[in-house]
Design a binder for this molecule. Structure first.
Ligand SMILES: O=C(CO)[C@H](O)[C@H](O)COP(=O)(O)O
Length: 217
C-alpha cells in the first residue's frame, strides 16, 4: 500500500517546500488539478526535477483529447496521469495506449460516476493501472466520503490497483486501510496540519503496519 500526498492549494515554490518536509514519508506527490490550472505542467516538471526519486502524479482529470494530454504530461515528467471514469471508453483506451508508449501509468478517477460497480468493471478491462474512488471537495462539504465505495471497487476490480481519495485524515485512515487499497491519497489531512512531517510519518507507519498485518509486504 502506497501513500500519495495531494498538493492542491500551493504554487510551485510552496509545493517544493512542502514536499521537502515530508518526502521521506510518502511514495507519490500529486500535482493537483488547481495547481495545474494555476501553474500549468511547469509544476509537474519542477517537482519531478526537485524530487527525482519520488513518483509524480499529474491530476489532469482528463475528459477528452486523452492521448495528447497524456503525452504532454509525460513530457513534463509525470509518472502517473489521471483521467475521469466518466470519459468515453475511446478516451480511456487512448490514454492507456499513450501511457504505455511513454512508460507511464493511468489512474482513473471515479468521481461522479453513478454506477460505480458497473463502470469500474468496464474500466478494469481497458488496461488502466489504478481505479480510484473519490469524494471531491464539493461533496466532502456535505459530509460524504468514499469508504463504502472503496469496498465496492475492491469487490469487482480484478486487474487494476485500487485507490481512494477525498478528505482522508489521521482519524479516518484506519477505516480506509483495513479495506486494503493499493494507494491512499491524502491532501488536507497532511497539508492542513501544523506538523506536516509528523502527520505524514504517522500515516506511513499505520499503512506499513496494515500492509504487514495483511501479509502484503
Ligand atoms: O483531487 C482532489 C480534489 O479534486 C484532491 O487532491 C483529493 O481529494 C485529495 O485531497 P483531500 O485529501 O484534501 O481531499
Amino acid at each position: 500500500m502506497e501513500l500519495q500526498l495531494a498538493l492542491d492549494l500551493v504554487n510551485i515554490p510552496e509545493a517544493i517546500e512542502l514536499v521537502k518536509e515530508v518526502e521521506e514519508h510518502i511514495d507519490i506527490v500529486e500535482i493537483g488539478t488547481p495547481v495545474v490550472i494555476n501553474e500549468g505542467l511547469h509544476a509537474v516538471k519542477a517537482v519531478k526535477e526537485a524530487f527525482p526519486n519520488l513518483k509524480v502524479l499529474a491530476d489532469l482529470k482528463i475528459m477528452d483529447a486523452a492521448g495528447y494530454e497524456v503525452m504532454k504530461a509525460s513530457e513534463a515528467g509525470a509518472d502517473i496521469i489521471t483521467i475521469l471514469g466518466t470519459a468515453e471508453d475511446m478516451s480511456i483506451k487512448g490514454a492507456v495506449e499513450e501511457a504505455k508508449k511513454q512508460g507511464k501509468k493511468i489512474l482513473v478517477d471515479m468521481i461522479a460516476v453513478k454506477d460505480l460497480a458497473g463502470r469500474a468493471k468496464e474500466v478494469d478491462t481497458m488496461g488502466v493501472d489504478y481505479i480510484c474512488v473519490h469524494t471531491g471537495y464539493d461533496l466532502q462539504a456535505v459530509g460524504k466520503n468514499s469508504f463504502e465505495d472503496l469496498q465496492t471497487i475492491k469487490s469487482v476490480v480484478k486487474n487494476a490497483k485500487t485507490a481512494i481519495a477525498g478528505g482522508i485524515k489521521l482519524e479516518t485512515l484506519p477505516e480506509v486501510i483495513k479495506v486494503n487499497p493499493d494507494l491512499v491519497i491524502v491532501g488536507g489531512g497532511i497539508t492542513g496540519q501544523a506538523d506536516k512531517k509528523a502527520a505524514a510519518a504517522k500515516m506511513q507507519q499505520m499503512i506499513k503496519e496494515q500492509t504487514v498485518t495483511a501479509g502484503l509486504s
